[in-house]
Design a protein around this ligand. Structure first.
Ligand SMILES: *[C@@H]1O[C@H](CO)[C@@H](O)[C@H](O)[C@H]1NC(C)=O
Ligand SMILES: *[C@@H]1O[C@H](CO)[C@@H](O)[C@H](O)[C@H]1NC(C)=O
Ligand SMILES: *[C@@H]1O[C@H](CO)[C@@H](O)[C@H](O)[C@H]1NC(C)=O
Ligand SMILES: [Ca+2]
Length: 267
């Protein structure tokens, strides 16, 4: 069984190696109740993990899909986790942490109308607009992972996630890394947890086919991850960094949220 899973995994890797996949992670949830940006942020942090961040075109498609047929069509606009850096008005940050790198502003935006627009929203076209934080709009929340309170080897963990029609999580940006770290704290995890990171065919890959652009290996240390002989599976540490470990070790693991869990709430 183990061997067949390995080949299945290998086949999967080979089939995704040539796929052109843009950075994206997590599952977005549309909340149709209109709130100002701060209240929306509080709501997302309570029931999901944070206001949504958007890392690329694929992410934009996912976010709009989350609102399909709902009131964003009527309002035409909803809050996302964008806010103006208080120390530099031309720079934007994500509520979940990290600076904005990918942008999708609408034509003429951000215009900081009347010098009062310090928060970001998304139109149903997918493009962004800066707006006043006291305006009440529906909004998007994000939640990346579902925790399983059972320790498994890396491959058992992958198998478990896939049985749930999900996958081990991948981390495609600094914001995703910080969101995942926040979730680990939320789940009270203190040891590294398995993520979808695997050393195969001489390189580190994401099992869900995510392209390996962003990297969060620790600076310094033993650098064993550069050419691992035994420790060929990746985990996320409480510091929010990646570590390579022996795949046979039993660890907690984070599966990506899928539709089945979309109404699942954290305490
Ligand atoms: C503000 O941010 C912009 C864009 O990131 C940058 O080019 C500029 O140097 C920053 N200004 C200050 C004063 O830090
Ligand atoms: C957001 O709305 C709440 C009431 O729900 C209010 O107390 C708060 O002052 C508002 N914040 C802003 C920035 O308008
Ligand atoms: C938002 O605040 C501005 C002043 O900063 C005020 O003129 C406006 O009426 C407020 N809008 C709402 C929806 O509360
Ligand atoms: Ca604007």
């Amino acid at each position: 069984l183990k061997a067949s899973l390995f080949f299945q995994t290998l086949f999967f890797f080979l089939s995704v190696l040539y796929a052109d996949v843009e950075g994206e992670v997590g599952t977005h949830h549309f909340v149709s109740q209109a709130m100002n940006w701060t209240d929306a942020q509080t709501h997302c942090r309570k029931y999901y993990i944070d206001l949504s961040s958007v890392n690329g075109q694929k992410d934009t498609e996912k976010i709009l899909k989350a609102a399909a047929g709902q009131k964003i069509l009527k309002w035409n606009i909803a809050w996302i986790g964008l806010y103006r850096d208080p120390t530099n008005a031309t720079r934007w940050k994500w509520s979940g942490g990290g600076y904005v790198t990918y942008t999708n502003w609408d034509i003429g935006q951000p215009d900081n109308y009347f010098n009062q627009e310090s928060r970001g929203s998304i139109f149903s076209s997918g493009q962004w607009n800066d707006a006043k934080e006291n305006v009440t709009l529906p909004f998007f929340c994000i939640k990346i992972s579902v925790m399983n309170y059972e320790k498994k080897t890396w491959e058992e963990a992958l198998e478990h996630c896939r049985e749930e029609h999900s996958d081990l999580i991948s981390i495609a940006s600094e914001t995703d890394r910080l969101l995942a770290q926040t979730e680990m704290q939320c789940y009270d995890l203190t040891e590294p947890v398995w993520i979808g990171l695997r050393f195969l065919a001489d390189q580190w890959l994401w099992v869900d086919g995510e392209t390996m652009v962003y990297k969060a290996w620790p600076q310094g240390g033993d650098k064993d991850h550069q050419c691992p002989t035994w420790r060929r599976c990746g985990a996320l540490t409480v510091e929010g960094l990646w570590g390579n470990y022996n795949c046979e070790e039993k660890r907690y693991f984070l599966c990506l949220v899928n539709r089945k869990y979309s109404s699942h709430k954290m305490n």
